[in-house]
Design a protein around this ligand. Structure first.
Ligand code: ADP
Ligand code: MG
Length: 726
């Protein structure tokens, strides 16, 4: 994906009634209808999960109009707010489905037993009647809905097969088909509900109220009534109710529910804390920074729900094929009746065989194979603090064979520290000291957001230096900054800043300055020169050196990526080559691309995509946004704290835990394997049964068991991904 000028696109997720049936051909019809609505770019509809997800152009249409369009098609909308249908409805729906399955079984057994015992025919037919009505209820409803959208789906196939069996005097076979059909539908709903709800358990992690300080007193207040700026108290062992910043106290916080990181994080004043995490030790006073519904955990939940409503490419393909496939099966069935009859076969046997063929060839397992796996994978990620922005990205993650890392803040901790201040010996200004040099630098850097700037200001604060005011601040991306302090301009930057922006001739003391930078960089320290421009000349005053700690688990993470089969690992950085190479050697990275300007990072990713096709870019999301968008899979770290990461990346790691990167690729690969196995089971069962039927025939009940059995098997196999731990 490349970044281009495009209209402002929004996405809305609408919860619709779930349909009891199994097929999605009706959903395809609704997709086509909504797709033709002006302003709509992309639509995914699933009746199975009860989701409509629409990407649209805000300047043409609106969420309200789109809801109207959905209602126009006689699809009722579950919940007017953008939240998932609440658990109670889902549970009571499931209970009703389960009751219907029970009644179907009862009717079937009654019918069968009465028939065997030569009991009253009325009782026998009554039993089968009950089985047909309750077993076929949801399937028939689904089939009719789909027909109204002028499409046919597998529900229709099942209903026709059951009626076909009945018509040739095999009511038991038909009832059994409907019983297993409704049973496996219910299981399937349960499975899909589980994977959708898995993430909901996070909501329960968050307490409903907090102890807010009002006039020095602690008052218990429901979280929805707490405002930004309120201060609440959290005792050891308590859950933190809302996102905020620690104002007093120290402690350690278990953030696993949000970030998946198992190691508790120390917190002290000014540190950010998140709702839903657990304060393990120490009392904390926390000032609220986000209201309850905007908290990181609420956003995680909403985003996972939206992700689950976006179909993966395999699923789109399968959903598109459903209708032609169903028509094909009908065609096959008709041929299986017409041809033998034309050749003089007797009717009942031929018809029985054709029904068997129809059941065996129905693609129910094929259709459920993908959502069962992908929804589970997304939910499993959510519980580990890994947010996939859609099913598509789970599939992409499976194919990644090159990974590019941003250095600062990603491979390193991003807690850059100023380590040395050097004053140039022959500086024109004799009175210049380390402290006065640092305060000049801090004056300029106070205007910059860069990590080197923040480290400079922090160091000046630590030495309690007075920093003068700076004016006319300017920054040159990837090179340096300047600003006026008093009568003079202070320049701070790297080699490239002084050579290309200022032009080297004119700077006094540049040569010795640059050679000092080189020495410092050999030691792995990122360094910049500080120079002063007066009306007479520009002269180097001194230099500043910084270090940033490499994350302790970086080397292990790189090893894991290799064992997952990633061929090529690259580091991208704006920092100096020597510093970058040192870190690359330390963690085991193959290739270093250093001294890159932000746009060159994008070009480098484009090149990598050309060479390797599927490239993941890992960054901290703030200044790496264009590169994240360019890569096949953009992975942003530390999403709990930033909004930018949530917007630009395809996958967001809520925490800062590097081990989640191999987890993402591993989960992708495991999901792909599950999909392959599921499709093999589904198509294998069809091929085996159809082959056997054509060669020597099998009893209808066996075809029913094989068909429904493979459907249940792929659902359960998909559900196993919920437990993936990496
Ligand atoms: P990265 O995020 O990899 O550090 P950047 O593009 O942000 O890359 O920065 C690259 C280099 O540009 C820095 O290593 C530094 O030499 C120089 N630079 C950028 N901004 C500043 C600044 N505010 N002060 C001093 N040097 C800067
Ligand atoms: Mg960076």
């Amino acid at each position: 994906m490349t970044v281009t000028e495009s209209p402002p696109l929004s996405t809305c997720t609408i919860q619709i009634e779930r349909r009891g049936g199994r097929g999605e051909a009706g959903a395809r019809a609704l997709e086509r209808y909504l797709g033709d609505t002006p302003g709509v770019h992309d639509v995914d509809v699933s009746f199975r999960t009860g989701n409509v997800r629409i990407t649209y152009d805000e300047s043409v249409t609106s969420g309200v109009q789109l809801r109207e369009a959905v209602r126009d098609r006689n699809v009722s909308i579950e919940n007017e707010r953008d939240t998932a249908p609440d658990e109670v409805t889902t549970r009571s729906e499931l209970r009703q489905e389960a009751v219907f399955v029970g009644l179907t079984l009862l009717g079937m057994v009654t019918g069968l037993a009465t028939g065997w015992l030569n009991g009253p025919p009325l009782l026998m037919w009554g039993g089968y009647g009950v089985a047909y009505v309750f077993g076929g209820w949801y399937g028939l409803k689904g089939a009719i809905e789909t027909l109204r959208h002028r499409a046919v789906d597998i529900d229709l196939l099942m209903i026709v097969a059951a009626l076909g069996a009945l018509s040739i005097g095999a009511p038991f076979e038909g009832a059994m088909l409907l019983f297993l059909f409704s049973l496996s539908n219910t299981l399937q709903h349960y499975a899909i509900g589980r994977s959708r709800r898995a993430i909901k358990s996070l909501v329960e992690m968050r307490p409903d109220e907090a102890q807010v300080l009002r006039d020095g007193e602690e008052v218990t207040v429901p979280i929805d009534d707490i405002d930004v700026g309120d201060v609440f108290v959290v005792r050891p062992g308590d859950k933190i109710a809302l996102d905020g910043v620690v104002t007093s106290g120290e402690g350690t916080v278990d953030q696993a529910s949000l970030t998946g990181e198992s190691v508790p994080v120390p917190k002290e004043p000014d540190d950010e804390v998140f709702g839903g995490t657990i304060n393990e030790s120490g009392s904390l006073e926390i000032e609220v920074t986000r209201q309850a519904h905007e908290s990181a955990i609420s956003r995680l939940i909403t985003m996972v729900e939206q992700a689950q409503s976006e179909k993966a490419p395999t699923q789109r393909l399968i959903d598109r094929l459903e209708q032609p496939y169903v028509l094909g099966v009908f065609g096959l069935t008709i041929a299986a009746i017409a041809i033998p009859l034309a050749l003089g076969s007797e009717f009942t046997g031929t018809f029985y065989r054709a029904m068997t063929l129809m059941v065996a060839a129905s693609p129910c397992a094929v259709i459920i194979s993908t959502p069962a796996a992908v929804l589970s994978a997304i939910a499993s990620g959510g519980r580990q603090g890994v947010l996939f922005k859609g099913g598509e990205h789970v599939e992409t993650a499976a194919n990644i064979d090159a990974v590019a890392f941003d250095k600062t803040g990603t491979l390193t901790q991003g807690d850059t520290q100023l380590t040395d201040v050097f004053v140039r010996d022959s500086a024109a200004d004799e009175t210049l000291t380390e402290d006065s040099l640092l305060s000049l630098a801090a004056a300029v850097q106070a205007r910059s957001e860069h990590h080197l700037a923040r480290a400079t200001v922090a160091a000046a604060d630590e030495r309690s230096l007075d920093t003068p005011d700076a004016a006319r601040f300017q920054s040159v991306a990837g090179k340096g900054v300047r600003a006026d302090v008093g009568e003079e301009t202070i320049h701070i930057g790297n080699r490239s800043y002084f050579q290309t922006v200022l032009g080297d001739e004119s700077v006094d003391g540049l040569k010795p300055g640059l050679s000092r930078l080189e020495t410092l960089e050999e030691e792995g320290k990122t360094s910049v020169l500080v120079a002063r421009e007066s009306h007479v000349d520009i002269s180097v005053l001194g230099w500043l050196a910084f270090t940033d700690t490499v994350r302790p688990d970086a080397a292990e993470m790189i090893d894991k990526l290799r064992s997952l089969g990633v061929e090529h690992i690259v580091m991208l950085t704006g920092d100096n080559e020597r510093v970058a190479q040192r870190i690359a050697d330390e963690v085991g990275i193959d290739e270093v691309q250093a001294e890159l300007l932000p746009e060159e990072k994008v070009a480098t990713i484009e090149e990598l995509v050309e060479q390797h096709e599927n490239v993941a870019m890992v960054g901290d999301g703030v200044n790496d946004a264009p590169a994240l968008a360019t890569a096949t899979l953009g992975i942003a770290m530390g999403g709990a704290g930033t909004d930018v990461a949530l917007d630009t990346a395809d996958v967001v790691l809520m925490g800062d835990d590097l081990s989640k990167i191999p987890y993402v690729l591993g989960l992708g690969r495991r999901t792909r394997r599950t999909l392959t196995i599921n499709l093999a089971i589904a198509f294998g069962a069809i091929a085996l049964m159809v082959g056997t039927i054509l060669l020597r025939g099998i009893p209808l009940p066996l075809a029913v068991v094989g068909h429904e059995g493979s459907t249940v098997l792929v659902s359960l196999n998909g559900l196993r991904l919920l437990g993936f731990r990496g």
